[in-house]
Structures are given as structure tokens and as C-alpha cells.
Design a protein around this ligand. Structure first.
Ligand code: ADP
Length: 324
């Protein structure tokens, strides 16, 4: 288990990461999500041992790693652009760390190429590969020595949107199949949602919310977090009161409704499903509700709701925030 306790990092006395505490259990993938400049890459670099801490500590399986140089931490790093060796074949790239450790193994290289869906690519040079294939090779190379922690810095952001989506699904499957514990930094909430088990949302150097991804998504800590997670809007004032009335809930002088306040099932609101996205923990829905436009909702895991289907919704009153 990776444990960060009160970790702070500064550049020339200007704080970039402030008092971050996080735990990452073995075999899970944690996405650190936040806008550009929030400090997420600095946090990842600190875990890797590439930035000194100005406060706090980092431990793995209970042992501090702060004093260890990068190559002694047992962690592997994968960057946005893969950084493959251009003059080496795919197989030699993947086997690089094995050779460094004097444990070359053609069988292990074949196994890794199969894991990332690149059987038969052994003799290709990086320049002949697509962007997605290059990232798969980079992933296979990073996994070669079975790192106890894989650090991924925006691993898919150099790819175009449709490829990014597909590779995100594959990345999740590959990390699960390898049983890898991973910390991934991203600014893309869809990518985080697809790949990770746990989420830490960062803003201005601080972690504002963390937990299992379904729990964070279903109940964002505040409006800014909700919007950053991809909620199209947070209803306030009159629209929120209209929704309360439609749901037969007591009126309030001023309310903000996060869109996930809607729960699919039995209720007084009727809507039509626009899109549905399932994870093991919940189903994320976008629903059109008459007179209110598109709203987000959540449904219990395993719910079968498809675009175009009518759905009944209720407002979860515990998620109604009163503005003071
Ligand atoms: P993110 O990864 O979320 O985009 P970074 O961790 O790269 O954010 O940066 C966080 C803050 O630290 C930013 O204000 C950035 O300008 C600053 N920063 C990052 N790297 C350096 C550096 N090497 N020297 C000085 N300031 C830096």
C-alpha cells in the first residue's frame, strides 16, 4: 500500500502541493484528477522521487521511501509521450529493463506484448507505430519488471479522442489483468472514471475530495468539484426550486441541486435517458426532464437503462444543499 501523509512540495518557496494525505491499497488504480497547474504532476513526481518534499512523508507497505532515489523505489513511470527508444525494436524496448537487470527473457517479452494486444509486433520500430500502439509498448515496457507501483502521467492525453476512449478501457483491463497498483495523473474526468478505482480531486495544490470513484461521483464535495467531474450544471435558485416542487419536496428559500441528486428508480419526475455509462459501482445517466433540460442522475449498479428509455426519477433530499 502506498501512503502519503501530509505531503507538501514547493518550488522556490512557492507551494505546489499542500498537505496531501492519501492511501492507495494494493492492486487498485488511483486517479489524481485536476485542472492544469493544480499540482498533480508535482505530486506524482514527488512519489517517484523526482521532487524533494518540503513536508510530510511517503511510505510503501509501511516503510518510508523518502530517502530512496528514484531507481531504488521499485516504482515504474510512464509518460504522456511514451518516450520509447526510437532506434530499438518493440521487443527490445519492452525488454529494456529486463536486460538492465541482466534477466533478459524473450518469453516475458512475448507475454507482455500479448497482455497489451501487440502480438507479432516484436520487430517493428517505434516510428512505424500509431500513437496508441506506441503507448501500449510504453505500458508493456513499464510493466516488464512488475513494479510494485506504476506511475502514469497523463498516459493517454497525446492521443485523439476516440482512440483515447478505447485505450482507456484497455488500460483498465491490462492493469487489472496484471494486478498492478497504479497512480495515474489526468485532467480528463472520463479517463479517470474509465480507468481508476479511486479518485482524488485536486485544486490549487490540495486534495479537495478522495475516495472510491463511485462515491465521489455520486456526491461531489462542492459545486466546483461537481463541475470539474463533468456535471453540466448545478441547479440553483428558481430551476432548483422547480425541481423540488416537481419532486414534491419542501420548498427552500434558496437551494443548489447537484445533478446527481436525481436517483433513477421510482419517483415523481419522468425523464428520458440520453446516455448511460455503467461501472461496477453505479450507472451514470444523463436524462432529459420536461421543462428542465438535461440533468445527471445515478442508478444502482446493474440497472438496465438504455438511451431513449423513459425513466422515473426521485430527488435525493440528502443531496440538496442550501445556499446561505
Ligand atoms: P499540473 O500537473 O496539475 O498541471 P504541476 O504540478 O505541473 O501541475 O504544477 C503545479 C504548479 O507548480 C504550477 O503553478 C507550476 O507552474 C509550478 N511548477 C511546476 N513545475 C515547476 C518547476 N520545475 N519549477 C517551478 N515551478 C513549477
Amino acid at each position: 500500500m502506498l501512503s502519503l501523509t501530509d505531503v507538501s512540495v514547493a518550488y522556490d518557496d512557492v507551494p505546489a502541493v499542500r498537505h496531501v494525505s492519501l492511501d492507495l491499497p494494493d492492486g487498485e488504480v488511483l486517479a489524481v484528477l485536476g485542472p492544469s497547474g493544480c499540482g498533480k504532476s508535482t505530486l506524482l513526481r514527488a512519489v517517484a522521487g523526482l521532487e524533494p518534499l518540503t513536508g510530510g512523508g511517503i511510505a510503501f507497505d509501511g516503510s518510508p521511501v523518502d530517502h530512496l532515489p528514484t531507481h531504488r523505489r521499485g516504482f515504474a513511470l510512464m509518460f504522456q509521450d511514451g518516450q520509447l527508444f526510437g532506434h530499438m525494436t518493440v521487443a527490445r524496448n519492452v525488454g529494456y529493463a529486463l536486460r538492465l537487470r541482466r534477466k533478459p527473457s524473450a518469453a516475458r517479452v512475448r507475454e507482455l506484448l500479448a497482455l497489451v494486444g501487440l502480438e507479432g509486433y516484436d520487430d517493428r520500430l517505434p516510428a512505424t507505430l500509431s500513437g496508441g500502439e506506441r503507448q501500449r509498448v510504453a505500458l508493456a515496457r513499464a510493466l516488464a519488471v512488475e513494479p510494485r507501483l506504476l506511475l502514469l502521467d497523463e498516459p493517454l492525453s497525446a492521443l485523439d479522442a476516440s482512440l483515447r476512449e478505447r485505450l482507456a478501457v484497455d488500460l483498465r483491463a491490462i492493469l487489472r489483468a496484471a494486478g498492478t497498483t497504479a497512480l495515474m495523473v489526468t485532467h480528463d474526468h472520463e479517463e479517470a472514471f474509465t480507468v481508476a478505482d479511486r479518485l482524488a480531486v485536486m485544486r490549487a495544490g490540495e486534495v479537495v475530495q478522495s475516495g472510491p470513484i463511485g462515491a465521489v461521483w455520486a456526491a461531489p464535495a462542492d459545486e466546483a468539484t461537481a463541475l470539474f467531474l463533468g456535471y453540466a450544471r448545478v441547479l440553483v435558485g428558481v430551476p432548483a426550486r422547480r425541481l423540488l416542487a416537481a419532486a414534491r419536496l419542501p420548498d427552500a428559500p434558496s437551494v443548489a441541486l447537484r445533478r446527481s441528486a436525481l436517483v433513477a428508480g421510482e419517483g415523481d419526475l419522468v425523464g428520458t435517458v440520453v446516455s448511460a455509462r455503467a461501472t461496477p459501482e453505479l450507472v451514470r445517466l444523463v436524462v432529459t426532464v420536461d421543462g428542465m433540460g438535461e440533468l445527471d442522475a445515478v442508478a444502482p449498479p446493474g440497472s438496465h437503462v438504455a438511451p431513449g428509455e423513459p425513466v422515473r426519477l426521485r430527488v435525493d433530499p440528502t443531496r440538496v444543499a442550501t445556499i446561505t
